[in-house]
Design a protein around this ligand. Structure first.
Ligand SMILES: C[S@@+](CC[C@H](N)C(=O)[O-])C[C@H]1O[C@@H](n2cnc3c(N)ncnc32)[C@H](O)[C@@H]1O
Length: 229
């Protein structure tokens, strides 16, 4: 179940894990929770057709532009997965990056991904839920102990319970954008996230100067066989 493959270049590991199952030409990728299409476009070429599903229409517009820039044919479906599955064509590979922790009912979500993949599903999540990064701050400002999960081990357990034979790799998280550590954006976003008023801005700035949020450092990459005809 748990496999570390050191022969793959870690910086592009998730793309390699998908690319190795795509046909050399003419392949298709369905990207669920596609955002601007980072996962799908990393597979063009060899993929020639990309399908983006997202609940946010602005993200789908960005996906369409990115596909045109990459030279791929594209369609988009606006909707929430798994409900959107009924409007969504099958593809060779289904990608789903940084969405799964957002999902309340994970089994139907995984079932719908699997049912739309001819060859494989490739799903990426941080090893722990990204909101755990704020646990220290919740303790400091509200004296609240927040959960330390869910984790990618929990996700692996769900796949096993569903009888899906998944491979798994771990890769270092790509560098964070500069905005993430810029106090000008980090203080207001921390105030919002912790439900604190503007009057606590100085306290939050002092806290952040000493305690960087504990961002997950590692991403888990899962690949399991698709079940579409
Ligand atoms: C953190 S972003 C990741 C975007 C992209 N996959 C990437 O890795 O760059 C999550 C995206 O998933 C979308 N999303 C979250 N839950 C979804 C769901 N159940 N169905 C469809 N889209 C969803 C959000 O609108 C957002 O665009």
């Amino acid at each position: 179940m748990f496999e570390v493959d050191d022969t793959l270049d870690r910086s592009v590991l998730s793309a390699e894990v998908a690319r190795t199952v795509l046909p050399p030409t003419g392949g298709s990728v369905l990207d669920v929770g596609c955002g601007g299409g980072r996962a799908a476009m990393s597979l063009v070429p060899p993929a020639e057709r990309v399908i983006g599903v997202d609940q946010n229409p602005a993200m789908l517009a960005a996906f369409t532009t990115a596909a045109a820039d990459a030279g791929a044919r594209s369609i988009t479906i606006e909707g929430t997965w798994p409900d959107a599955v009924f409007d969504t064509p099958v593809a060779d590979v289904v990608t789903c990056h940084h969405v799964a922790y957002n999902v309340a009912e994970i089994e139907p979500f995984i079932g719908a991904l699997t049912g739309r993949a001819r060859l494989a599903v490739v799903l990426v999540i941080p090893t722990v839920h990204p909101m755990t990064a704020w646990n220290n701050a919740w303790r400091r400002f509200w004296n609240i102990e927040r959960p330390a999960g869910p984790t990618s081990d929990d996700f692996a357990a769900v796949l096993a319970e569903m009888g899906l034979d998944a491979e798994r790799w771990e890769m270092p998280r790509p560098p964070l954008s500069r905005h993430t550590s810029d106090p000008a954006t980090q203080v207001p976003s921390t105030l919002r996230r912790l439900c604190l008023g503007e009057d606590r801005a100085d306290d939050v700035a002092d806290f952040l100067a000493l305690h960087e949020p504990d961002w997950p450092m590692v991403h888990s990459v899962f690949r399991w066989p698709g079940e579409a005809d």
